[in-house]
Design a protein around this ligand. Sequence first.
Ligand code: DGL
Length: 264
Amino acid sequence: MDNRPIGFLDSGVGGLTVVKELMRQLPDEEVVYIGDSRRAPYGPRPSSQIRQFTWELVNFLLSKNVKLIVFACNTATAVAWEEVKKELDIPVLGVILPGASAAIKATNNGHIGIIGTAMTVKSDIYRQKVQLLSPDLQVMSLACPKFVPLVESNESASSVAKKVVYETLKPMVNQVDTLILGCTHYPLLRPIIQNVMGQTVKLIDSGAECVRDISVLLNYFEINRERTTLSKRHQFFTTASSQAFDDIAQSWLNIPIKSRTIRL
Ligand code: DGL
């Protein structure tokens, strides 16, 4: 047993999609979340800068005495996960392998799509992971740089969002039977993405898939949180406006949130 919290990092509010799934699957666990909304999006930035920002988020989480760190960000996973996990003596999980494995399981016709930030798509990591496990599968990738700013500005359900998603996803429509949402912000746009892609296309939420891996790790290392009568004290931190963060977090998680703004 280990009653310390689990740390989650993201460039902004996207990682909350992973936290939501954690709260559903592992309700006894306590969360420390840091979202770097002031510097989002990470996707168009050079990898050296993404690496540096990711380390700052990791060090912040370590200062909160977490037992496990989840990279609830595909971009940070693509750029810095290998490096960070080698350096830390606590487990570090990313979202890419769980998403790739789930897509392999889901596809019927062998055509998988992946949408993500410019950096995630440029890194080619999803295609590599999918084809490493299943070389015959076809993978088509598409960068969607306009999606993260829509989510960060709480416009996920707006008519602008519908137009942007429709225009951006055009090349992917009718090409795949399975689509990996390779950015943790994208599940907030899920109804629109599903509409544009068609109801039969299976959408893979890589963040949600990673919660199954968290569960396996907690069991393996025997570091689950004790089921206590003490109430949990989730902590949420943002590098931008706490009000803006709380608005999105509350409507997504359906619980009261009082985040704190920090400077890294
Ligand atoms: N949630 C991040 C991801 O999964 C978004 C990255 C960004 O800020 O561009 O990649």
